[in-house]
Write a protein of this length. Sequence first.
Length: 246
Amino acid sequence: MPRYRITIEYDGTPFIGWQRQAEGVSIQGALETAIRKFSGEAPGVRGAGRTDAGVHALGQVAHFDLEKTWEPGRIRDAMNFHLRPNPIGVVAAAQVDDAFDARFSAVKRHYEYRLLTRRAPPILQRHRVWWTMQNLDAAAMHAAAQELVGKHDFTTFRAAQCQAKSPIKTLDVFDVSREGEEIVCRVSARSFLHHQVRSMVGSLKLVGEGKWSRADLASALAAANREACGPVAPAAGLYLVGVDYE
């Protein structure tokens, strides 16, 4: 059975998240429906990251198997036709070796989190940023974020419902920069815990407001206690921007 890899972008606002569930529209479910409509087959679609409700993607990766061989460009175009009017787009498709697995073959995942810092509320960016009327110190946030880089026990920044076997993860990059009215947090690692990025960003916002110091963030990490975490950032500002493979 030929295996296909697709790269997807989506606006996560109207979905219950990536994963198919008994009720509600999921991104996984919408993709599987589109495949069934053009191919007559009903394969399961496996994604590189199971994004939560409201989280967006610019470079989500998934794979599926079909009995019939299709030209990848036809798969891309047929899926996009049948995905309408869902805000999901297949930007690329390719046939891959059957050893490829969108989730387990991934060697690094890249996320961005965007905060809008201005007095006026977002209009075109509504549901796509975390809006705060307070000015944030991006330099202080970046400096504090370096406490999170490396191999650590991230229990403090792990959701209670996280199913990962271990809270120990290695964070490769955590950069924070100001881009006009926005503060952009860029985070890279092989894998993440449930709500890890949003939990870390929520705590860093306290640093940007001057309520926490870099030492406070380091202490929260060392506590390995969920109660030491700051507020969890809302889903709207989070984007899965890309996934790396060997």
